[in-house]
Design a protein around this ligand. Structure first.
Ligand code: ADP
Ligand code: MG
Length: 427
């Protein structure tokens, strides 16, 4: 009965969202319209944290802390919070090393109130634990990916999660998995009355979607990193929206090679040359400035402190590897950032993990931090390695927004609809 009624209401919402194309509904919208006290609320968070190998304790609790605003908000309003997440890649089997119990322990400390940890995420025992929750209490379900149905978005499994949690309200706060249609991101929305975004997801959408949909111009995209084949489609779709694209990182060499230059032993994705060539032509045709580095740092090997020098981009010696952008290139980037109102950065400028090839990346990080704090420029950082580089620079707190989802942020910038977001209610 309940399922068919909620399916109907979901259909209604979908029809509504297609016709109005409204913004995603949030947990605040929900709590403004209904009283959640005493109601079970299923919250999907990204609690996929690393553990210390010797103590087994959580070694970086950033993601747990990221979930706190939504959890506190619901808890303070007396909701019975049933929290769920994946952890690692157990591929549908139970692995003791991927249990969420240490996460419950850390969450308990951060919330300052008890967090019960369930032994599974579906079934009668979970239902009993959810039933015994007090108003404002939190129950953490076991790793969703212990069941193969999670990543397969199995409808029965999704229903089983909702049945066990007894929730008719779903709050998605896991941006990092919003680009995947999994049981806990998409499937569950078919079995609840309300499906809304939590604070973390809302913030990601606000920055990443607004930056490209309704940008404050000039809008600059700085794109680097190693995976040319995943980054070129992003560049392609950004062409219609940005004023300037800065290309850096290992991607650069595919562009240089495509223009007939020698790139020595630098990173090359041969089959991407044509697309790189196309992109240069398209940028010119659409009046977008596409900035390639004038100079690069080349090295004899990728070893730390390997013999290296700065050369013009069209003078890379045979056998040498391009590992960073050069000082002139960084000066060009500084000019571009200086006149931008919004900057999106995805992908490091060089092999920043190895000294001294971190200079371009660290240089961009400090330029962005300065632009944010001194000029009020909106700066958005996405991509796992780019975020790691910014954390390493110690400047993370100076940026406007650091995205918690690598793949999801790229897909948003590409203009794709994230299934975990599309499944939520609209205003
Ligand atoms: P993100 O995770 O931010 O999206 P990517 O995964 O695409 O970024 O790329 C990050 C990786 O790119 C880093 O490990 C870095 O060492 C590598 N990289 C950057 N520049 C170069 C280069 N010139 N040659 C080889 N690897 C590079
Ligand atoms: Mg990466």
């Amino acid at each position: 009965m309940k399922v068919s009624r909620s399916s109907l209401s979901r259909l209604g919402r979908r029809l509504c969202s297609t016709s109005s194309g409204g913004a995603t509904s949030t947990v605040v919208d929900l709590c403004d319209s209904i009283d959640v006290r005493g109601q079970h609320v299923l919250v999907r968070a990204d609690l996929n944290v690393p553990f210390d190998k010797t103590t087994g304790a959580v070694s970086d609790d950033t993601r747990i802390r990221g979930a706190l605003p939504t959890l506190n908000y619901l808890s303070e309003r007396g909701a019975k919070v049933v929290l769920c997440s994946h952890l690692g890649r157990p591929k549908g089997a139970v692995h003791d090393s991927m249990r969420l119990a240490p996460v419950a322990a850390r969450l308990e400390e951060l919330l300052g109130s008890p967090v019960a940890a369930a032994a599974d995420c579906i079934g009668d025992d979970v239902a009993a634990a959810a039933q015994s929750l007090s108003d404002g209490g939190v129950l953490l379900l076991e790793n969703l990916r212990f069941h193969a149905g999670e990543e397969k978005n199995d409808a029965e499994f999704a229903k089983a999660i909702c049945d066990a949690s007894q929730a008719s309200i779903f709050v998605n706060d896991a941006f990092g998995t919003a680009h995947r249609a999994h049981a806990s991101t998409e499937g569950v929305t078919h079995h609840v009355e309300h499906a809304v975004a939590g604070f973390l997801l809302e913030k990601e959408l606000k920055y990443l979607k607004n930056a490209v949909d309704v940008p404050t111009k000039p809008l600059v995209a700085i794109v680097g990193g190693a995976k040319v084949s995943t980054k070129l489609p992003v560049l392609e779709s950004l062409l219609a929206k940005v004023d300037t694209i800065v290309v850096g990182g290992g991607m650069v060499f595919t562009f240089l090679k495509a223009q007939g230059m020698e790139i020595g032993a630098s990173l090359l994705e041969d089959e991407m040359q044509e697309m790189a060539r196309d992109l240069v032509v398209k940028a010119e045709a659409s009046g977008v400035r596409l900035l390639l580095p004038r100079d690069v740092v080349v090295a004899e090997s990728v070893e730390p402190g390997a013999p290296h020098r700065v050369v013009a981009a069209d003078a890379i010696p045979a056998g040498w590897i391009g590992l960073d952008i050069g000082p002139d290139a960084l000066a060009d980037v500084a000019d571009v950032i200086g006149s931008a109102k919004t900057v999106i950065w995805n992908g490091p400028m060089g092999m920043f993990e190895v000294q001294p090839f971190d200079k371009g990346t660290m240089g961009v990080a400090s330029l962005l931090a300065e632009a944010t704090t001194k000029n009020g420029t909106t700066t958005i950082i996405g991509g796992g390695d780019s975020v790691a580089a910014v954390e390493m620079s110690g400047l993370a707190s100076s940026m406007s927004h650091i995205s918690t989802g690598g793949g999801a942020s790229l897909e948003l910038l590409e203009g794709k609809v994230l299934p975990g977001v599309a499944a939520l209610d609209t205003k």
